[in-house]
Design a protein around this ligand. Structure first.
Ligand code: GDP
Ligand code: MG
Length: 435
């Protein structure tokens, strides 16, 4: 039998999706939602007492607090869920800009070496000098990797060939004149006693001010187990959660945070040296739940809802499409709007989506209203297509591409308008009618 471990983000999203789909929001529905959130948190190793208190608080606030203007009861409840989860996850992290010694620990491939260089870069950019110490003696390539990254980070690099990690750290302390020392320690493919011993020794010698555990977002709930193992040997000050640019929502970090009794400090968002963010609870929760700050979005949506309305009498042509695009843009970044629809869109797709929208807009703007009303005019008319391509600064290919994509979208939109149950789902989600 295969036991599938359900990720925290999945169970939270399911609880919310279930709540959104309910036709009536009442006390019972709210209770059910908070019960499921509590269950999800407890299975992600969040302290039981904390999870129970959180559920209770959401329940109380949802029932007692006055509903803000413009919000439906459903949105009111979801917004409280969002706010309370944000509170639970702590505030943002801001590193102190001062002299200190930092130790990075974690398994192979978690992103230790890359993160060491990113943090060095963070401090050198703020005027401090940094020494990066390569104490991963297991792999020769690791030192070379750190050496190259040090140059990019404007940091000094130190290591010794054929020496133990202990010797390297001792010597580094002796020679260092830098404000900040960052030690990149050895990893393993799995936690073991040899690694534990080595890390303890480094810790005793270095006496770091801060120890960061590096975890990759894509390992899911295993993060909790790793945090537990590492925190048994060393006190951990913060977690560096890497690879958050991938498709993972990083829900595993919540288990890690509970097990290691610390907060997330840095977020890695790519392979490059600048791809480092300071942890921010609001962003993290948005990502986890796949929904941004509802209150903010709803306020914007209220303002433009007449503009995005389509009714059954409306013709679907490039003119309505253009109006929809312009209205959707007012809702903010494309990715946020997409995540509101419950889709999880990888960063690169969001980037290409925004590019595409810009291109589409330019092309649509270069058409005459008559052409937008009647796209057939363009289909077999190369000279019109050529003119539009020139006017919008795009290739003729792009214009044809838009026409093809529009045909596909038109089918979806027609389905949206004609198919009542499909539409009802969206209406429930937004708490407003589209027709
Ligand atoms: P270490 O074994 O723990 O030292 O891990 P490395 O720093 O060598 O990183 C392992 C791989 O993950 C490398 O290919 C890195 O470029 C990549 N990596 C590290 N951090 C990130 C991140 O935040 N995003 C992405 N996409 N890749 C990362
Ligand atoms: Mg490494």
């Amino acid at each position: 039998m295969i036991i599938k471990s359900v990720s925290l983000e999945k169970s939270l999203r399911e609880a919310i999706a279930k709540f959104i789909k309910l036709s009536i929001v009442d006390e019972k529905a709210i209770k059910e939602l908070t019960k499921e959130i509590q269950k999800a948190l407890i299975s992600a190793d969040v302290n039981v007492k904390l999870a129970v208190e959180l559920a209770k608080k959401i329940n109380e606030r949802a029932l007692k607090e006055e509903i803000k203007k413009g919000l439906t009861l459903r949105e009111h409840v979801l917004n409280i869920v969002y706010e309370e989860l944000t509170n639970l996850l702590g505030q943002s992290y801001v590193p102190e800009i001062k002299r200190k010694k930092i130790l990075l620990i974690g398994l192979y491939g978690s992103g230790k070496t890359t993160s060491a260089a990113k943090i060095a870069n963070y401090f050198t950019k703020r005027g401090l000098s940094v020494l990066l110490v390569g104490a991963d003696v297991e792999r020769a390539a690791a030192r070379e990797q750190l050496k190259q990254l040090s140059a990019l980070a404007n940091a000094k690099f130190f290591s010794i060939e054929n020496a133990s990690s202990k010797e390297i750290v001792l010597k580094a302390l002796e020679i260092s004149k830098e404000d900040i020392i960052i030690v990149d320690s050895a990893g393993r493919s799995a936690f073991d006693d040899v690694l534990a011993k080595e890390l303890k020794e480094i810790y005793e010698i270095l006496k770091p001010d801060e120890v960061f555990l590096v975890l990759s977002a894509d390992i899911g709930q295993v993060a909790g187990k790793q945090a537990e193992q590492f925190s048994k040997i060393l006190p951990i000050n913060g977690i560096i959660l890497t690879k958050m640019d991938g498709s993972s929502k990083g829900g595993g970090a919540l288990s890690a945070v509970s097990k290691a009794n610390c907060k997330i400090s840095f977020i890695g968002t790519g392979e490059k040296i600048d791809d480092l963010e300071l942890y921010d609870a609001k962003n993290y929760v948005s990502r986890l739940l796949g929904m941004p700050d509802i209150k903010g979005l709803i306020e914007k949506f209220e303002k433009i809802k007449d503009e995005v309305k389509i009714s059954e009498e409306d013709r679907i042509d490039l003119e309505t499409f253009r109006m929809q695009l312009k209205a959707a843009k007012k809702l903010g970044p494309f990715g946020k709007v997409m995540s509101m629809f419950g889709a999880s869109v990888p960063a690169e797709v969001i980037a290409s989506g925004e590019e595409k929208i810009k291109k589409f807009e330019a092309i649509l703007d270069s058409m005459t209203k008559e052409e937008r009303r009647n796209p057939d005019l363009l289909k077999k008319n190369p000279s019109r297509i050529k003119r539009i391509a020139l006017g919008s600064g795009c290739k003729e290919e792009d214009v044809k591409n838009l026409l093809n994509e529009f045909e596909k979208m038109k089918k979806m939109l027609e389905m949206f308008i004609k198919n009542r149950s499909f539409r009802a789902r969206f209406e429930k989600m937004f708490g407003m009618r589209f027709t």
